[in-house]
Design a protein around this ligand. Structure first.
Ligand SMILES: C[C@@](CO)(OP(=O)(O)O)[C@H](O)COP(=O)(O)OP(=O)(O)OC[C@H]1O[C@@H](n2ccc(N)nc2=O)[C@H](O)[C@@H]1O
Ligand SMILES: Nc1ncnc2c1ncn2[C@@H]1O[C@H](COP(=O)(O)OP(=O)(O)O)[C@@H](O)[C@H]1O
Length: 277
């Protein structure tokens, strides 16, 4: 029987780049959360393995061997017939490929009864795959292998907007002016309300935003469109872009904001969803 796993969008509420390793990978200090919008990975055990990609964002992604779903299946050593229903825009800073890889690992572990791969093999799939596999709000450090769970966060809604330009993660890291930026505060304050969370996040940064903005000035319009919506507490770019998020205390305001942006910018991908606990 086919089983399904949800692959939620990953949002970097803040992303401080604090160093660069000898191999070129960057050290990060990031608050990572997940939104109730994402892809779906379904499958059954089958030989030979196969992947079909469906859904509104399937275009541009093929069932070829370099798809992160198939790479994750190979890391599990499990042969399955898999269907990826793609809803998240590709190369957009919300970790769609990493979320798909993590969902595939969970799915195939469930179907086969096998253990998940070792931490190093999970990280080798992508720096964002460990946090996506954990699937809980976390402070992410190292290149993505350091994970500390965050204390419970307040109820908050996210509006995500992407202008339809794909940004390559390595290109954005290459364009970063300096890698030795200040980390997040050592101790995070207790965040009791959406307003507390937004006020704290607003004092932090996404160090990848300036290079992304330089390459794709439209990101400035995306952030401005989110910030201009009634009830938007703050807006910022996620990951290496170009998706930006807005934080909202009120789900109706978030929904109205998403509808308004969609109406004004029919070419953009826009979603509203709760922050997942
Ligand atoms: C920037 C972040 C922030 O969460 O998110 P996205 O923008 O991809 O969503 C991640 O670190 C991306 O993770 P992921 O997309 O899995 O990256 P990988 O495939 O491992 O790496 C792609 C390339 O990005 C660069 N890279 C990635 C991670 C990192 N900590 N330092 C880097 O310098 C390297 O050039 C690497 O070759
Ligand atoms: N299942 C997948 N979904 C999205 N991208 C994938 C997938 N498999 C491989 N990729 C490749 O991974 C790269 C990064 O994709 P993605 O995870 O969407 O970026 P980001 O982490 O910036 O949101 C793209 O070049 C894409 O072609």
């Amino acid at each position: 029987m086919a089983e399904t796993e949800f692959a939620p969008a990953k949002i970097n509420l803040c992303l401080h780049v604090t160093g660069r390793r000898a191999d070129g990978y960057h050290l990060l200090d990031s608050l990572v959360v997940f939104a109730g919008v994402g892809d779906q990975v379904s499958g059954t055990l089958a030989d030979p393995p196969s992947l079909s990609v469906e859904g509104p964002k399937a275009e541009g992604l093929t069932g070829e061997g370099d798809n992160l779903v198939l790479r994750a299946a190979r890391a599990m050593g499990v042969s399955a017939r898999i269907v990826l229903e793609k809803h998240l825009p590709v190369s957009s800073g919300i970790g769609g490929g990493s979320a798909d890889a993590a969902a595939t690992l969970r799915l195939l572990a469930r179907l086969s009864g096998r253990a998940l791969p070792e931490a190093a093999a999970v990280l080798a799939l992508g720096a964002d795959v460990p946090v996506c596999l954990a699937g809980r709000p976390a402070r992410m450090t190292g290149i993505g292998e350091g994970l500390a769970p965050l204390p419970p966060l307040p109820e908050v809604w996210l509006v995500l907007a992407n202008p339809g330009v794909a940004l390559s993660t390595p290109a954005i890291f290459r364009a970063l002016a300096r890698a030795d930026n200040a980390p997040l505060p050592r101790d995070l304050p207790r965040l009791r309300s959406a307003a507390d969370l937004a006020a704290f996040v607003m004092m932090q940064r996404n160090d990848l935003e300036p290079p992304a903005l330089a390459l794709e000035p439209v990101i400035g319009r995306v952030k401005a469109a989110l910030s201009a919506q009634a009830g938007c507490l703050m807006a910022r770019m996620s990951g290496s872009g170009a998706t930006c998020f807005g934080l909202f205390a009120d789900p109706l305001a978030a929904h109205a904001a998403a509808r308004a942006i969609r109406a004004a910018e029919p070419g953009w991908w826009v979603a509203d969803a709760p922050l997942l606990p």
